[in-house]
Design a protein around this ligand. Sequence first.
Ligand code: ZN
Ligand code: ZN
Length: 387
Amino acid sequence: MYAPPTVKISPAYPIADTMKAWVLGDPGQLQLTKKPVPVPGKAEVLVRIDAVAICATDLDNIYHGPPALIAGGPPFNKNWTPGHEYMGTVVAQGPGVDEFAIGQRVTVEIHAGCGQCKRCREGMYTSCHNYGLNYGDVNKGHRANGFTTDGGFCEYQVNNINTLVAISDAMTDEEATLVVTAGTAMYGLTELGGLVAGESVVVTGPGPIGLLGVAVAKALGAHPVILTGTRDNRLKLGLELGADHVVNVRNEDAVETVRRHNGGKGVDYVLECSGAPNAVNEAARMVNRGGKICLAAFPHEQAPVDIAHIVRNNIYLFGIRGEGKSATHRAEAFMRQRRFDATKIHTHTFSLDDLPTALRYAKDRVEDAIKVVVKARHVAAQKVAAE
Ligand SMILES: [Zn+2]
Ligand SMILES: [Zn+2]
């Protein structure tokens, strides 16, 4: 049994020495294997992973490589386990840890950063200057689980206590995996800065971050909140999550319609979640002079941008990476208070053993999949019942 000398465990949560873990081989090739259960160090705990959601960025990592960065290079054939949007139960504490008790349910942020660079010290640990440096003689201790260290498509993972968000028992496992998605939307709005009740927001692109961006903006008191996209079923979900208006850009001119919905004027903020090639230019024409645009999606191609328009109109452009500045805690606070129902974007659940099917559902949007969740214990429970 698992009993490393420096780690506190509890008989309530017996842990085997090895665990199931998916590892990435060549691009797109995952294999189910066994790994030793990892050992938490100082300021770390061991989390038993109860549920993990699939993110579009997982698909980038698995099929293309970046932004995953393992031992200074692409993540392929390095015995690396992807997956980053997970939640679970604390089952072991590293030396000195008393911030989270064994048995506490938690959801996680991805980035612990290195904790020692300028950006980490500013709370911008998702922009850590030592990204990926955690090996050999460049070991700065950087952790971004599922990007630069092992992630959540397995049974247990080590997390720095600063990446944990305590959750209440009223929140289901599936809903808890969505806290980090809402946290990313929250971080985008935090970085835009200054949003107060009654200011106008456009969210472009009704993917998971865009849809929860609508919900978070609304919870912050923004008005009107306008969502643009190409699929009516996703736009309908946006209305359920609080959008005041939706615009199907296939049928209507996006810029003109946004302005019409905002009394003929440009809006204060755009949260760009579509990654469309002309998204920046359209966003720059949706905002008013001095307006702010946050870029939360990454297109795979470079795109020409009308910089003169941005300069003449004093428009601010921000890129964000992940969920920095503890935005996840603020998102969880809204979810705990039932200010919006994030579970509306959860569409499918599979067992951990069926990860390749789950990934296919997410990638090909099978049956209109939005958020696909994978559960290890779910299967164990079903098997017990069947025996
Ligand atoms: Zn993600
Ligand atoms: Zn850092």
